[in-house]
Design a protein around this ligand. Structure first.
Ligand code: PRP
Length: 212
């Protein structure tokens, strides 16, 4: 029997995924030990797990290095990879928004020379160019994007908001909602065919948990 390999995003998303998988009998004791290891195996179940940077999960799944990935819809929208999105897992809920200083609200709707800072340039382009038909300059940052409007790098940001604390504590407000985000189970299209029985069993197991 071949291994089924899962790519997980390091951190909270991976922890929540393992909690969910445990409920359908997919466990990995090796992962519970504190270590710097990146790959873990359950030999009995013939399942491997590896931990990667969130934005790389869709890449591993597209190239078949992982059969299954669990990743936020934010990363999926940004990475646009050729993979099958099969299930909304219902955790890791947050939302994509445009945010900025309160006084930017009017300019945000009218101006064609806004500068937008974001970790998600594709999503920002999609929203401003295709949905709002607004010409903006998009500046890619790699984190702490809330700094953009505060230090004068940008007028607004496109980012995910979960509790809203980061915006609030930095004097920023939501100016527009883009879309909701949650964790998704994605599958490599070839694995979906070659290992369909085992993969569908996992998907159905997780689906049945949602129904409870
Ligand atoms: C994310 C996001 C916001 C923050 C929102 O950043 O980019 O900055 O969380 O969460 P909140 O609404 O609960 O405050 P992350 O923690 O991933 O760090 P980063 O900005 O350095 O990427």
């Amino acid at each position: 029997m071949n291994y089924i390999t899962f790519a997980l995003a390091k951190g909270r998303l991976a922890d929540m995924t393992m909690e969910l998988l445990e409920k359908i009998g997919i466990t990995c004791d090796e992962m519970k030990e504190k270590s710097r290891k990146l790959i873990f195996t359950n030999e009995d179940l013939k399942i491997k797990f590896f931990l990667s940077k969130a934005s790389d999960v869709p890449t591993y799944v597209e190239y078949g290095a992982a059969d299954i990935g669990i990743i936020g819809k934010d990363t999926l929208l940004e990475e646009k990879r050729n993979i099958c999105e099969t299930l909304d897992l219902g955790f890791g809920k947050c939302r994509f928004v445009v945010a900025g200083k309160k006084e930017t609200a009017e300019r945000f709707n009218k101006s064609n020379d806004l500068r937008v800072a974001t970790k998600y340039p594709n999503i920002a382009k999609e929203y401003f160019y295709k949905k709002k038909h607004q010409t903006v300059e998009i500046v890619k940052l790699n984190g702490s994007v809330e700094l953009g409007p505060i230090v004068g790098l940008s007028d607004v940001i496109v980012d995910i908001v979960e509790t809203g604390s980061t915006l609030k504590e930095n004097g920023l407000e939501v100016l527009a909602e883009i879309c909701p985000v949650s964790a998704r189970l994605v599958v490599n299209p070839v694995s979906m065919k070659l290992e369909s029985e085992r993969i569908i069993k996992i998907i159905n197991g997780l689906k049945s948990l949602k129904a409870v």
